[in-house]
Design a binder for this molecule. Sequence first.
Ligand code: 21W
Length: 197
Amino acid sequence: MKIDILTLFPDMFDPIKTSILGRAADKGLLEINTINIRDFAKDKHKKVDDTPYGGGAGMVLKADVVYDSYKSIEKDVTTKTIYLSPQGKTLTVEKVKELANSKHLILLCGHYEGIDQRVLDEIVSEEISIGDYVLTGGELPAMVLIDAVARHIKGVIREESIEEESFTNNLLEYPQYTRPEMFLDKKVPEVLLSRQS
Ligand code: 21W
C-alpha cells in the first residue's frame, strides 16, 4: 500500500517512518510519503491561507494551493482521498479493515479553521474523524489512521495478534505478568507460575 500525506507539517510524520511501520516499509508492504502543501504556494511569501469570505475567526487554506499539491500526486482509478476532519465519520475497526485493502490512499490534513470547500468537494472521497474531541490539526489523526490500518496489512504483524487484539475479542483480554515473581509484596498469581516457558 502507498499512503501520500498532504500536510503543512511533514516533519511531524518522521516518528511513524520508524518502529513497526518502518519494518512494514522495509518489507515493501507500506510506502509512506509526505507532500508539503506549502511547496505549492503561489507567491514569494509562501502564503497558503487567507481570511474567510463572510468574516469569522481564523484563516482558510487556499483552494488552488491545496489542489496543486493534490495534482502533484500520481493516482490510479482506485486512489481514495481522505480528509481528516472533526466533522468526519468516527474511525471504526470496520473502516480500518476496509481501508487496509486499498492500494493507494491520500490523506489530507487541515490545521487552520478549515480548507476552502470548493477543493474539498473536488478531491475528497471521505471525511474521517478519530473521535469527539478537538485537536489542533489532522496530523495526529492521520498517524492514528495509518498505524491502525498498517497492522491489518497482511505480513506487517503476526496473523494471530490481529484477531487476538481486535475489539471483537476484547472480552478475552487478561492481566499479564513477567519476572520478578515478587514485586512490592505482590506475587504473580500461583496458577501462572507453573506455566513459565
Ligand atoms: C479543529 C480543525 C477544529 C477545524 C468553519 C469555521 C482532524 C480532528 C481533526 C480542527 C476545527 C480529527 C469551522 C478528532 C480533531 C482536525 C483541527 C473547527 C470549524 N468551520 N478527529 N470553523 N478531532 N482538527 N473548524 O480535531 O483537523 S481528524
